[in-house]
Design a binder for this molecule. Structure first.
Ligand SMILES: [Zn+2]
Length: 457
């Protein structure tokens, strides 16, 4: 009987990895990094329950690091097969994997300098060389095209509207049963700029669906009013708006709104800085794949974009030191690393400034501490007082809320035999499970980390 093992994103939102074993073959769906709480991050150092060289192929739903950031480690540990994904995902992986490797190497160097690692010398989880090797395995395919990944198993990528290149992966078994499994990846949102709506569901026997916002409804569309208010109030205080943003994804939508509000005269003309060379490259990939984006964006793209790209670390440092009103977009999105940490270190003690979060903040991250009202946060070994205003806009999230998840599930031609909730914290999952049972009457399971289930196929 085919089996599925949940090797990540089980009762948590990071580390997505699902091992499908069928007819003597092994396929790994997503290969994400664990982030956030220390107990989770330590899992990045644990070996997989099966030797990496016995995995025949990897299939990726999208390029976010919590779905791809363990690939270099997998390759370094002996995985020899191809990595299937869409063309957009392959492009974005070329940005995020070398960057992730660089951060791992920097962390190890820093630990050695300070001597706080238990291991002497501290080693990186993987190196830039490992990331480069992983990139050579990428095998991009178009959406809506059947791709044979191992004997008797085809996959097809279906646009999920969550990030450039993001997909659900439909797995079809050609053994006469025609059994189908749909790996939901992360689910995008309806009626948003930049990305298309999630594609409708398809017939499937087993479904994995994310549940990040399974207990919440995003606030209704406010036509940019909250963003306009936050920026206008900050400018009135002569402060800066610092936006921690994932380098790929949210930056496009944020810029779209900034330009639109400015164009409509609802915002003063302000300097806008994108302090992330990776984000600027990401914008280029969005432009290159514009055929996959929301048709509405084509009209706006003619006027895009007015912002200043900060390339060098020196210019970034100079920007940290200025205190003129501006919008500064820098990664990482949960304020766990990257250039935004320097902006926060300098900007948090100043009550004129605002820190604006536009994405999900996982437990254990600095971003989560700040939105939960921390009075101090630790950075570079010091406690930094928080006097800046902390704001968040959930409506700009790239993840479907509970209503949108249910809306998407209603597009399925029939109920899957089993639906597994993944990629969510347990509180959100319990709420979503109850809601799906009540509104759709489906059979829903919440797997635990490492759990192996036999699939009814
Ligand atoms: Zn994602």
């Amino acid at each position: 009987m085919p089996s599925l093992t949940f090797l990540g994103a089980a009762r948590t939102v990071t580390g997505s990895k699902y091992l499908l074993e069928v007819d003597g073959q092994r396929l790994l769906f997503d290969c994400g990094l664990f982030q956030g709480l220390k107990d989770l991050r330590l899992r990045n150092w644990s070996p997989l329950p099966v030797p990496p060289e016995t995995i025949d192929a990897v299939v990726l739903t999208h390029a976010h690091i919590d779905h791809t950031g363990w690939l270099p480690r997998l390759v370094a540990q002996g995985f020899k097969g191809p990595i299937h994904c869409t063309a957009g995902t392959a492009d974005l992986c070329r940005l995020v994997l070398p960057d992730a490797a660089h951060l791992q190497e920097e962390d190890a160097k820093f630990a050695n300098k300070r001597g706080f690692s238990k291991h002497q010398p501290a080693l990186p989880l993987y190196t830039e060389q490992d990331a480069a090797e992983a990139l050579t395995r990428l095998r991009p395919s178009p959406f809506k095209t059947s791709v044979s990944v191992t004997k008797g198993i085809d996959v097809e990528f279906i646009n999920a509207g969550h990030l450039l290149g993001s997909s659900y992966v439909l797995v079809t078994r050609h053994d006469g049963s025609g059994a189908r499994i749909l790996f939901g990846g992360d689910l995008g949102r309806y009626s948003r700029p930049i990305l298309p709506d999630p594609s409708p569901g398809v017939e499937a026997d087993v479904l994995l669906v994310e549940s990040t916002y399974g207990d919440r409804a995003h606030p209704g569309e406010d036509d940019g009013a909250t963003l306009a208010r936050i920026i206008t109030e900050t400018v009135a205080r002569r402060g800066k708006v610092i936006v921690p943003a994932f380098a790929i994804g949210r930056v496009e939508e944020l810029l779209y709104w900034l330009f639109r509000l400015e164009d409509e005269g609802r915002l003063p003309k302000l300097p806008i800085y994108v302090d992330s060379p990776m984000a600027v490259k990401g914008l280029g990939y969005y432009a290159a794949h514009h055929g996959e984006l929301d048709p509405e964006i084509a009209a706006v793209r003619r006027k895009l974009p007015r912002f200043t790209s900060i390339d060098s670390a020196r210019d970034s440092k100079a920007l940290v030191e200025t205190d003129a009103p501006a919008v500064i977009i820098a990664s990482s999105g949960m304020a766990t690393g990257g250039r935004v940490v320097h902006h926060l270190f300098a900007g948090l003690p100043d009550p004129r400034n605002t820190v604006l979060f536009v994405g999900f903040q996982a437990a254990g991250t600095r971003g989560r501490q700040l939105i939960e009202g921390a009075k101090h946060v630790k950075m570079f070994g010091q406690y930094v007082p928080v006097h800046a205003r902390i704001e968040k806009i959930d409506g700009m999230s790239s993840h479907a809320d509970a209503l949108e998840i249910i809306r998407w599930l209603r597009t399925f031609p029939r109920a899957p035999k089993t639906t597994y909730l993944v990629h969510g914290e347990l509180v959100a999952q319990d709420a979503l499970k109850a809601r799906i049972a009540k509104e759709l009457g489906w059979n829903v399971e919440i797997p635990t980390h490492g759990q192996k289930v036999d699939l009814p196929l």
